[in-house]
Design a protein around this ligand. Sequence first.
Ligand code: G6P
Length: 360
Amino acid sequence: ADTEKGTYDYFMLKEIDEQPFVIRKIIQHYQDEENNIKVEQAIRTEMAEADRIYIVAAGTSYNAGLVGKQVLENVAGIPVEVHIASEFSYNMPLLSEKPLFIFISQSGETADSRSVLVKTQAMGYPSITVTNVPGSTLSREADYTLPLYAGPEIAVASTKAYTAQIAVLTILAVDTAVAKGLPLEFDPLQELAIVANAMETLTDQKETFEQMSLDLFKDTRNAFYIGRGVDYYVVQEASLKLKEISYIQAEGFAGGELKHGTIALIEDGTPVIAIATQENVNYSIRGNVQEVAARGANTCIVSMEGLDQPGDTVVLPHVHSLLTPLVSVVPMQLLAYYAAVQRDCDVDKPRNLAKSVTVE
Ligand code: G6P
């Protein structure tokens, strides 16, 4: 059953493993008989009419929103802002003429996000909730809901909801592009199916990531993750995962930014993990890795087939360049998981954290 661990030590590992199946389930739910993308007509209309999208979320859902922005802007041609719910609520930015709000929330119960929804609704603006729990507060109170179909997520550290959120936002972006008559240079459902297979290739290599986690994090107090472009968004999620469950202090940086201050923290053996899945920044991110390696960092590069170079620690199976976060995040989740296991942490119930935070 969905709410039992079965042979797994922790729900988190089970939920990491479920990701390929969740992606396939999302494909099924969002396609019609002719294998075209199917999204509620009213949502399509709102998306086509909006002049700007405001994504509002917290935690991992915020990190998924960052990736969603990249996809929505590239595919649907709509400007997108991503906001931390607790900031937006008390420090509202100037809004465009026809804003559309997208609330991303695994639980649909996050009070910080709800407080924004209450305000934007009072202002008369339309809203969509992307959630794993249809019928939750945010789902009931927003105008529309896009379900994630990820099944119950029990571990406090979110994994399958993050990838499901990105997949659903991708589908929404493509649907909007089609509604607007924009040219599409890829078949999204086919590309998502390729992603599901790539995820499976990675979850089948757990020993590799267990060993890598040991090599990187065994005696460390801190760790840095770097990336550029969409990889920068993924490293923010990678560092959050590590912090949440292993209590190792970690930060995700834009590759070019480390040298503007934080490189001062690099010592002999400091782990620096780089994600390199984007062709346009492949050389610059590798340059950033060299900068920290020259200062003694224990570096590793996670690249993608076609962009890989000799010596890369992990080479991800090739997927569409807009969808790489769905795949590159899997090793990051596993690295964090094994770091927490090695430190005897309570993986599913990290200290001080709650699965859903219903107070502001
Ligand atoms: C809590 C959880 C996080 C989660 C965040 C947002 O802080 O510990 O894992 O990302 O809430 O939750 P939501 O349900 O709104 O996605």
